[in-house]
Ligand binder design. Structure first.
Ligand code: CU
Length: 160
């Protein structure tokens, strides 16, 4: 027998024969006369009409949302990402509008930091390797390095 391979077919057969058993019992219980059957038909018509309205309205709403989110993302912009990989910040020189959130992602195999050159400035602390990230809103020029690998230098400048 091909039972293991024919599981889907077996299940299909069970499902198809399923309604056969409760079917007569169900219709027997509902058989209250032709009036009820007509009400049932009206109810079905209303249900179908509601579904048709939903089917038309939902895609319109989704398209509307999509258009709205597209326009807002154009205004706000996606957060730019500085990657740490191969003991380098990439891009080493990023230019953003004032107030932009910049994400620093450590995709390297070594831990790094985002430490501003100016003492007492921005310091991410140690970012573990493998996707640990740090983000900050940039409101001024940021000249930074990695405290663990001081040769790793980069900067973020404001546009305009
Ligand atoms: Cu480092």
């Amino acid at each position: 027998m091909a039972r293991p391979g024919g599981w889907g077919v077996t299940e299909g057969t069970v499902t198809a024969s399923g309604p056969d058993t409760p079917g007569p019992a169900g219709s027997g219980g509902r058989a209250g006369g032709p009036g009820r059957a007509q009400i049932g038909r009206v109810v079905w018509t209303v249900i179908v009409a509601v579904f048709v309205v939903i089917a038309i309205a939902v895609p319109v709403k989704i398209v509307g949302k999509h258009l709205r989110s597209t326009s807002s993302s154009t205004t706000g912009g996606a957060a730019p990402v500085v990657h740490m990989a191969g003991l380098q910040f990439a891009p080493g020189h990023l230019v953003v509008k004032k107030g932009t959130r910049v994400v620093f992602d450590n995709n390297d195999v070594a831990p790094h930091t985002v430490t501003e050159d100016t003492a007492g400035g921005v310091d991410s602390g140690v970012l573990s390797p493998g996707g640990k990230s740090f983000s900050l809103v940039v409101n001024r020029t940021l000249v930074y390095h990695c405290a663990i690998h001081p040769f790793m230098k980069a900067r973020v400048d404001l546009a305009g």
